[in-house]
Design a protein around this ligand. Structure first.
Ligand SMILES: [Mg+2]
Length: 296
């Protein structure tokens, strides 16, 4: 099956198509056609055959370190399901750290968050430990924080464009449902799944409802969503940044590591490190003319 090399830059340097063609040639492949997806930002080359996607991607990336690259099969690139992580993917930063900041415990909590996202400590134990530190926080404070989140550039465009083209879009997070509910509506997801913080008399009790949403829940949500949409995992896109996104990113036909921790990078060869979340649309072959103008 022919493969496509997609290159996205901010902006793309001149001559990238020649570099990509040279790399393809080293793998015994030749470009048969090219297409501009976004003027000066995104283009793709279709090859006359198939090579090792990871190796081709790495080689292009070494030659062009400041752009984002993916090498994907030409067939089936438009995905019918989007599973997206929230913290440090759809929104900037980790919302649990912002909640902790409201309590003056940011340093303690964010140190645990960082280790959990790198996969160094058990996700559930880390969640329980941090949630316990939030005990006593006014629950309405979470809603205030949810209303002031900074969204990642291109997040709304990614979700609304895929939804407009018929994809089922689900937000899945190891964070909290009071936050994901707001983000779900703002960005145009169809549904969301996240942890529920127990509240008593308007204040957080310091416990999260069990079972917690972890890496396994994210993978299960991907499978359930694909089944409900009547499509295969190959027709799904999963995107995240942390260790707990690894199973869903590995399982999806298109798994994208967005400004990701090292623990997630081994799960895929498609990274977004230099450009915004619209790149997940270019990887699927969308052109600017098809992309909804709902830019955040
Ligand atoms: Mg995350």
């Amino acid at each position: 099956m022919p493969q496509v090399i997609i290159m996205v830059g901010d902006p793309l340097p001149g001559g990238v198509e020649d570099v990509a063609a040279d790399v393809a040639g080293a793998f015994g492949l030749s470009p048969v056609s090219g297409r501009i997806l976004s003027p000066d930002r995104a283009m793709e080359l279709t090859l006359d055959g198939e090579g090792d996607a990871g190796e081709i991607t790495d080689t292009v990336r070494q030659a062009l370190p400041d752009i984002d690259v993916a090498v994907l099969p030409e067939e089936g690139r438009r995905k019918k399901v989007l599973l997206a992580d929230m913290d440090a993917t759809m929104v900037v930063g980790e919302t649990i750290d912002e909640l902790a900041a409201a309590l003056g415990k940011e340093a303690e909590v964010s140190a645990i968050t960082e280790r959990a996202m790198r996969g160094e400590i058990d996700f559930e134990a880390a969640l329980d430990e941090r949630v316990a530190m939030l005990a006593g926080l006014d629950a309405a404070g979470i809603d205030r924080i949810a209303g002031t989140l900074t969204y990642s550039a291109g997040a709304e465009t990614l979700v609304r464009t895929m939804a407009k083209h018929g994809a089922r879009c689900v937000l899945v997070s190891g964070g909290f449902d009071r936050v994901t509910g707001v983000v779900c509506e703002k960005l145009g997801f169809h549904s969301d799944r996240a942890n529920h913080l127990e509240v008593s008399d308007g204040r957080l009790t310091g416990t999260a409802r069990k079972p917690v949403v972890d890496a396994g829940t994210k993978l299960a949500t991907l499978r359930e969503t694909a089944m409900a949409a009547g499509c295969a995992l190959a027709d799904c896109l999963a995107i995240g940044d942390g260790a707990n996104d690894k199973p869903m990113v590995e399982a999806a036909g298109l798994g994208i590591a967005y400004r990701a921790k090292p623990a997630l990078r081994a799960a895929t060869s498609a990274y977004i490190d230099h450009t915004d979340l619209r790149t997940a649309l270019y990887f699927q072959g969308y052109e600017d003319s098809e992309i909804a103008d709902a830019i955040v």
